[in-house]
Design a protein around this ligand. Structure first.
Ligand code: GLN
Length: 313
């Protein structure tokens, strides 16, 4: 097969998206949906959607790109940005920014490292970030939802109460992380309050189009959809860097190797990715690999950067 590069100055991403969708259609193995959150287990692993948003908000999509998906850990990028915007570098006294090399819900490093999580994108680190956001705003999940609605232009975005309840009913691991960090003084709010906020955050549903648009500020060096500034360009660079090194958990090295973009995955099967200065992407397919990353999602992003040459390397 001859691989044709699609010019990065092409006026439309549609041909490359159509081509990727056709290739994914022929992928034999697509992984398995997350089943530790029962409400997500029923998703069909053959579903696939992908969207690309340009800096001006023009969106291209293919497949199930308008279908709401469970955002899960994708939200960790937005809460991090909101906390950095509101409180600056103080956050980094409470959470690190090194890859963990461990699964996203692992407890083992926390005791050795005195209750300071390795990075904001594993569950422990995300709980610290949500705790900060809740202290800053009084309503972490609501602040996040408002932000996603504004950036996507979709006022209908909401949490799925069934998914939130399912996460809470099977949330012993996250509860353990929260209580353990609280014992080190690294959680400011009551742990049940924090968990409620975190599960509401993770259960927000949005489409690939919504999420590609909402990620736009990271490609615009910190500038929101309405032209106001959320982050300094330096902070936007930092968030992108942490996505590249920590955004796909213990597979971040493999993701950087294959895709070559800052990216963040969630167990709902979504992945968001950033081409700084150029565009943002969101891909969705609910079948996961053993590390919790969408099998078809990673493959599609790998094809996108290969076909277009758009990567940070
Ligand atoms: N809500 C999920 C959890 O806390 C998010 C994990 C993920 O998407 N990797 O387990």
């Amino acid at each position: 097969m001859v691989i044709m590069a699609v010019s990065s100055s092409s006026s439309t991403f549609q041909p490359v998206l159509d081509r990727i969708a056709a290739e994914i259609e022929n992928m034999p193995a697509r992984g398995r949906p997350a089943d530790y959150i029962p409400a997500l287990a029923a998703c069909d692993p053959r579903r696939f959607g992908m969207a690309v948003a340009e800096l001006d908000g023009t969106v291209y999509g293919v497949g199930d790109w308008r279908q709401p998906l469970s955002t899960q850990s994708l939200t960790k990028v937005f809460t991090l940005a909101l906390v950095l915007a509101g409180g600056g570098d103080a956050l980094w006294e409470r959470v690190g920014r090194e890859p963990s090399g461990n699964p996203f819900n692992s407890l083992v490093q926390l005791e050795y490292e005195n209750g300071i999580p390795r990075n904001p994108f594993i569950n422990a680190g995300a709980l610290v970030v949500t705790d900060r956001l809740h202290t800053q705003t009084g309503d972490a999940a609501g602040t996040l939802l408002d932000f996603l609605r504004a950036e996507s232009g979709n006022a209908q975005l909401a949490s799925n109460k069934d998914v939130a309840a399912s996460e809470a009913a099977h949330g012993d691991r996250n509860a353990a992380l929260g209580h353990f960090m609280a014992s080190y003084g690294n959680i400011g709010n009551p742990v049940p309050t924090l968990l409620d906020q975190y599960f509401r955050q993770c259960s927000i549903e949005a489409s690939c189009a919504d999420l590609a648009l909402a990620t736009g500020f990271l490609a615009r060096h910190g500038i929101r959809a309405d032209g106001t500034r959320l982050l300094t360009s330096s902070q936007a660079k930092q968030v992108n860097a942490v996505m590249l090194t920590c955004g796909t958990y213990d597979a971040a090295g493999e993701f950087a190797y294959r895709v070559g973009l800052p990216g963040k995955s969630g167990v709902g099967g979504g992945i968001i990715a950033v081409v700084p200065g150029h565009c943002t992407l969101c891909v969705w397919s609910p079948g996961l690999d053993e590390r919790g990353n969408s099998v078809a999602g990673v493959a599609a992003l790998e094809r996108f950067t290969t076909l277009t040459g758009l990567s940070v390397f």
